[in-house]
Structure formats: C-alpha cells, structure tokens
Design a protein around this ligand. Structure first.
Ligand code: D5M
Ligand code: FE
Ligand code: ZN
Length: 508
C-alpha cells in the first residue's frame, strides 16, 4: 500500500522522527496538513519528534476551523425532521487508495515467490526494526566467536541479540519446548521458547507459518540456538490520538450470496427498503437519512461450481443471471448512497488473492453510484480509511491460532492487526498469487477493517481500529450444517463516521 513520506519534511526542517510518530502521522487522514501543523508548533529544542509531541486535538480543532468549504460540502448538518436526507445533496466521495486491479504482474514463476516473500519480509521487518536493534542472521554465525567472548565477559545486555525473521517451521522438542525456525534473506536460524516461560510460550503457541516476527535473547554456548526472552510483532502503534472521522453513517455488509436457494430475499428486500427510507419505524428512518456509504466485502453472488453439488442449492443457475439479479437489487438503492463492492471466493474473478475487481461485462449492469474494487482494497470514504478484505484467511487463523473462533470472527481480525498482515500463511486455504508486492501487508493503518466470509457478525475496537465482520444474507447451507457452522444472517453493522460508534440493525 502506498506510503506517505512523512520523514523527509522533518529531516529537511532539521528534526528526526520516531517510527511510532511517523506511523501515527502517515495513518492520519490528512498527513500533509498534520506535518505542517507539527512543524509550525514544535518546540525547537526537540530533536527527535515522538508521539508525545503531536498535538492532535489542537490540530483537529484548527483543521476544522480552517477548512470551511470542506465543512459545508460534507459536514452537512443533520436534520432529523426533514423528509430529505441531508446527504442527498452532498458529495459522498470514494477514493480507491489501493487494490490489485490492473497491477497484477504474476505469471507463476519460481523467482516471483522469492520476490514476494522478500517484499513481505522487508515491509514487516521494517515495522519491527523500529522497536528492536536486530542483526541479520548471517552476522550471528559470522560473529559467533565475538558473541561468545561477550558472553564470557558476563555482560547480559551485550549477549542478548535480536533477529527479525519469517517463521519457516515450528517444532516441539521431546521436553515440550518450542523451536521456531526463522529465515531472513541472509540465512536461517533456530530460536527456542521454553515451556517454563508461560506467557512467552503461549505467545509462541499462537505463531503461524510465514509470519514475520522479531526475537530477542542470548545465544547458547555453541552459538547455534537462541533462548528467546522476547517476541516482537509488527503490531499497531500505541498511543495514537483520538480519531476524528467525518459526518454521516456507513453500512457494512458481505456474503449476500444472490442466486443461492438459501438467499434470504425477504430480509434483503426489507434492508433495501430501509436504505430507501421506506420504514415505518421512526428511529430507523432517521438512521436511513444519514447513510452515505454502503460497503460490500465479497461473495455478492453464490457463483457456480464453487463447491461439489452446488447446483442443488442454487435458485439461479446462470452466473450472469445472478449478477443481473444483483444489479437489479442495487439499482433500487438511492443514488446518493455510494456503494463500494469487492469480490469474495464465490465471485466471478480469479480465485487466487489478491483478487481484481469484477470485469466490465459484470459491472456494466450496475448503476453509477457503485465503485468496484479488488480484494483486499483500501478505500478513503471522505477521510475515513476502510480496509476491505473478504476474509478467507480467517479459515486458516481459526485452525492455527488458539482462541480464534468462527463465532467471534473479530478474534481473527485482531490477529491480522498484530501481524499487520491479512493472510499470513502461504499454501493453506487461501491461494496467494505471488505478486511483486505483498498486498496483504497492512502498511497504512485503516480506521476500519471490514471482513466477511465466515457468515457470523463481530464488532470490536482494537487499539485505534474498528474491526467489523458483517455476517451474511444466506441461511444455513447443507455444507454448513455438516460442519456445524451457525450463520448470523440479515444483521447489519451501521457505523457513525464521526464517533465510530456502531449499531447492529436486524432484518431477520
Ligand atoms: O464460506 C462460508 C463459511 O463456510 C466460511 O466460514 C467458510 C466455510 N466454508 C465454506 N466452504 C468450506 C469448505 N470447503 N471447507 C471448510 N469450510 C468451508 P463461503 O465462502 O461463503 O462459502
Ligand atoms: Fe460467503
Ligand atoms: Zn466467502
């Protein structure tokens, strides 16, 4: 994902900036304006600008006062009594910040895998590097004698080393300890987590293959193994100031599965009526008037041939018909509501992720207020950054991370955030195309991470990011009955884009 350069302006003004502060600025909705504000207000005796030097509240206050045109265009006043939505006349901008569409370079050659993993390692490694002083693995073997000498000197500070690596294997020793094999571009290395270090061991238990971590600890006397004292994850920065969004509301849905015989058409039509403001309930009508965005995170239709004997569970047997029906429903949605749609594993784009947006022959039927994006995609909704990912990797995370469950899908999304990666394990349920850049790395911290896929609903705040899994519009399928998966259909998270407070509307 494209990075905003926040380091150069500070360097040019003679300041250094801490990685946490740089990240906080880069992930702000107006990084350039914030940089300007910090440079204008910074105490000149400061040399390294840290998070504590960033006066976000002051900035937000000033920003709103100084941008009256923006305020009048989009901070439209809410008039609950009016029959006209205040957002019908306002611009509801959608900017696609990042997705794979028209960027795919992958043809499946071996060298591309190397390049892909190098890119993952360097992006995630950089996030960890700000927090630990790591060395290349190669230097550990080269400097082994020196490390030993320092150990003999008995200085514990010196004999601890740190390494950043990608987890290539996780083994259990006969004594029940964990051996984590780590790789960086210079070599590979083993790190031992002892079963007696309870907290650390628990952390090691939740590690998954191909994620990038930092480990810190002393080396054994023969220099071949590290006894791990600390594991460092890429993680979200701490101490980011209170977020301020924009006005109005956004509605999050996924897994509509139009065309399936288990698609809940009545509930769906009630939802469309709600978006149109056709509801008798006064409170719902008020909410409806404030809606500016509808975000759809994949599995718009049920598709064809996605699983064995699927045709027995289909009401619409033709994929084009399924999308035509979808387009018909979406044409009902008021034009001022901007809709963003990304694909899922049931949709008619390549199965390997990242997936591009739907082809033109599908999108042609849909109305103008829809922006089609890839999967994953980062979009900017009038200053609120939403990272959309269908969420197929949740299947992997449920299998491999203790405590992550289908019933509470945000538990998986927290794991994505800690790893700053949407789909860490290669070669499991998610088929990952080895693109030049790792599109699953969460470079820019979004305001909202929106997933679907598992057909259950979850809403959780993790640090400064609102995590939403938006359920489904399909009742339990035969397959789900067999694996005992209880879907949560026809429930809709609605986010207030100013406060980020979320309510769940039920149409079942
Ligand atoms: O996935 C809906 C849910 O069903 C999601 O939690 C995964 C699960 N699912 C779907 N297909 C399979 C297979 N083949 N094995 C295990 N679990 C599965 P959806 O993408 O809507 O089909
Ligand atoms: Fe689905
Ligand atoms: Zn799915």
């Amino acid at each position: 994902m494209s990075e905003v350069d926040v380091v150069t302006p500070f360097a040019e003004a003679g300041y250094q900036i801490s990685p946490d502060a740089a990240e906080m600025i880069a992930s702000h909705r107006s990084p350039e304006a914030l940089v300007e504000h910090i440079l204008a207000t910074i105490d000149e005796s400061v040399f390294v600008i840290g998070v504590e030097h960033i006066d976000l509240d002051g900035f937000e206050h000033k920003y709103k006062l100084e941008l009256p045109t923006r305020a009048s265009a989009t901070y439209a006043s809410i008039q609950p009594d009016s029959s006209l939505s205040s957002y019908q006349t306002s611009v509801n901008p959608v900017e696609v910040l990042f997705d794979i569409t028209n960027q795919s370079t992958c043809v499946g050659e071996y060298v591309e895998f190397t390049q892909y993993f190098r890119n993952r390692y360097s992006k995630l490694g950089e996030m960890i590097r700000g927090r630990i002083n790591a060395r290349p693995i190669e230097s550990l073997t080269r400097n082994r004698r020196r490390v030993k000498t320092l150990q003999e000197g008995g200085n514990r500070d010196y004999n601890e080393v740190s390494v950043i690596g990608m987890v290539s294997d996780i083994k259990i020793t006969t004594n029940g300890h964990k051996i984590i094999e780590l790789e960086d571009p210079t070599g590979s290395f083993s790190a031992l987590v002892r079963v007696v270090d309870k907290e650390l061991f628990e952390h090691a238990n939740s590690l998954v293959l191909d994620e990038v971590i930092g480990v810190t600890g002393p080396l054994t006397n023969d220099g071949n193994l590290m006894i791990v004292n600390k594991i460092t994850m890429p993680e979200l920065p701490n101490g980011m100031g209170r977020r301020t969004g924009t006005s109005g509301k956004a509605v999050f849905i996924s897994d509509v599965h139009i065309g399936s015989s288990t698609f809940l058409e009545n509930a769906w039509c009630d939802f469309i009526d709600f978006l149109k403001g056709n509801v008798s309930n006064e409170a719902l009508r008020c909410i409806s008037k404030e809606i500016r965005y509808l975000v759809v995170a994949g599995d718009l239709v049920d598709g064809i041939g996605i699983f064995p004997d699927q045709e027995k569970e289909l009401q619409i047997l033709d994929i084009y018909e399924q999308y035509r029906k979808a387009a018909e429903y979406f044409r009902e949605i008021p034009q001022h509501i901007k809709v963003i749609i990304g694909p899922g594993n049931h949709d008619a784009v390549r199965q390997a992720e990242p997936q591009p947006r739907f082809p033109d022959y599908i999108t042609a039927d849909f109305p103008e207020n829809i922006t089609f994006v890839g999967n994953p995609a980062l979009v900017n909704l009038d200053g609120v950054k939403v990272l959309m990912y269908h969420g197929r990797s949740i299947d992997d995370l449920v299998q491999s991370v203790p405590g992550v469950s289908y019933q509470e899908p945000t538990t998986a999304m927290v794991e994505m955030m800690k790893r700053r990666h949407l789909s860490p394990t290669y070669g499991s349920r998610v088929s990952i195309a080895p693109e030049k850049y790792d599109h699953f790395v969460i470079d820019q911290v979004p305001d909202i991470l929106h997933c679907g896929h598992v057909h259950t609903v979850g809403i959780q705040q993790y640090k400064n990011v609102l995590l939403i899994n938006s359920g489904t519009w399909q009742s339990q399928t035969e397959f789900q009955k067999r694996v005992n998966l209880m879907p949560v259909p026809a429930q809709v998270p609605v986010v207030d884009l100013y406060t980020f407070k979320t309510s769940l509307l039920k149409f079942d």
